[in-house]
Write a protein that binds this ligand. Sequence first.
Ligand SMILES: [Zn+2]
Ligand SMILES: [Zn+2]
Length: 354
Amino acid sequence: MQLYNNLSAKERAELIAQAGKDRLTISFYAYAKIGNPEIFRNHMFLAWNELDVLGRIYVAHEGINAQLSVPADHFKAFKMHLDSISFLENVRLNIAVEHDNFAFLKLKVKVRDKIVADGLNDDTFDVRNIGIHVDAEKFNALIEDENTVLVDMRNHYESEIGHFKNAVTPDVDTFRESLDIIEADLKDHKEDKNLVMYCTGGIRCEKASAYYKHKGFINVFQLDGGIINYVRQINEKGLENKFIGKNFVFDQRRSERISDDVIAHCHQCGNPADLHTNCANEACHLLFIQCEDCKEKMENCCSSTCMEINRLPYEAQKELRKGQGNSNDIFKKGRADHLPYKKDLRNIFETLKK
Ligand SMILES: [Zn+2]
Ligand SMILES: [Zn+2]
């Protein structure tokens, strides 16, 4: 019985290209009580592997969070299987606007402590006491209300390329960090303002809204299904789109364009750009925004040092990496001092305080 992915990304990409069939990019999550995540994980892997489903899935005692690529002609069978599981029956599937047959190249189902690394101790507040879900239409009306504070619950590299008009976009690296910053900012308005929040697919707001209610906020609202579901409703119902730029997503595509506005800048030259890339130097892999010109000039690298390393033969690069820790410890996502045009609002705050 095969319980783990056994094809390389390259082998899988070849198979997908040969098959020439459309794949759908889908995400969903559900909070539930899963007694034995390991058994549940194996069950899901077997069923999905059979259907040629790929993706990154987290399973925990608290539920499931899945980002998937599903062959279009297996969608019905995929849906029937979900519906056969009590807590996943009719679960909302967020279907991407732009599809990419190569969005995921492996099926990875992982058992974790939590389905979102939120840094919260769930025993300290009532996680079921969540905010009011609003659809795109209600959301549009609500954010026009002058009593509303609209908050983006995502991290800096996500909101940098796209966000709702007039949203507060905390300059944070983690979800946990933003919770405290927002609470401190709004501490005098827990009762008189509408706290309206959104994230990519809605999962982060499920916890955030419960957390803020626990902290004393009265009027807490969350965008149902996040930006992904919002865009779908906008398109289907012909509503006004209030999202500018691109929606950052966690697969090969990196983002979906929602409006034509380019709101970010190339981190190297400052020209308008909103395409994220990872530095080509394997030892660096920094996530940053790079324009087409810089991409060519810098050979897909974030610095001339990385460019030099990247030109070395593979074996020599491996030799260099020996003894060096994980690059993620050196650089945070999308932050590095040598990128002159990366907006760092936290430094601005610190300067103001002095
Ligand atoms: Zn540039
Ligand atoms: Zn680099």
